[in-house]
Design a protein around this ligand. Sequence first.
Ligand code: BTN
Length: 265
Amino acid sequence: MKTQILSALGAGHPWAQTLQYHDCVESTNDLAKHLAAGGAPHGTVIMAGKQTQGRGRLGRTFQSPDNMGIYLSVILRPDCEAAQLMHLTCAVAVAMCDAVEATTGYRPGVKWINDLVAQKRKLGGILTELSLSAGGKVSYAVVGIGINCHQSAGDFPAELADIAVSLDAVTGKRTDRAVLAANMVKELEQLSKILLTEKSSIMEQYRTDCVTLGQEVCVIRADETLPGTAVSLDDEGALTVRYPDGSEAQVSTGEVSVRGLFGYC
Ligand code: BTN
């Protein structure tokens, strides 16, 4: 697989030399964080054929069966403070929509804040983790992306049967995972160069891709679930929700997720 990815990426790509491929890991994000703590450079990409403890946002599990999807993490070392990276997950979501579209011709949507979606189901997700230095600057960011590629409806566990989908099912064609992985790496490398300088145009594209905006949603916190309408999204990725009493409040990532009123999206 690594040979195919490198051939699709091109040996001259700036991130080709440090790309790692493992048949099986617990979590590519965990391995990337371990390597980053040991000094691995910006642009180190870790991929796996399978994860035994794939993780999602809010402590959820990300099912990562053998050779069914892409499980990829990258170490980024932007020279900035954490507050300048509030849009990072959104920016990666746009880049991953670009990569999927370049590979398959199909552009997924994004369910706020970090889910790639197709046909109102979850196609994949993004997990961003930051480490700060003593001075408050970002030491590194690890961005992990999982995309379901080859699953049929019956391959998903019962709890995901109604909410997950794969690229093959959506496009009706077998996804070339090596080409998709190479396109993801290319998009991530391009993004890393414009992340801090082209925030507004990136976020404008996120608003276009985001299927949550304008929708009736449920805001789910640990202790309550509130219905409302997702009305706008700022350049930091915070969502403004209008509640039935007319009040509006910003919902930021961390403790909250949103769902459609009548289903997953
Ligand atoms: C989510 O669904 O909330 C995000 C899912 C992110 C999954 C990817 S797969 C590669 C990387 N390694 C992990 O353990 N998680 C991310």
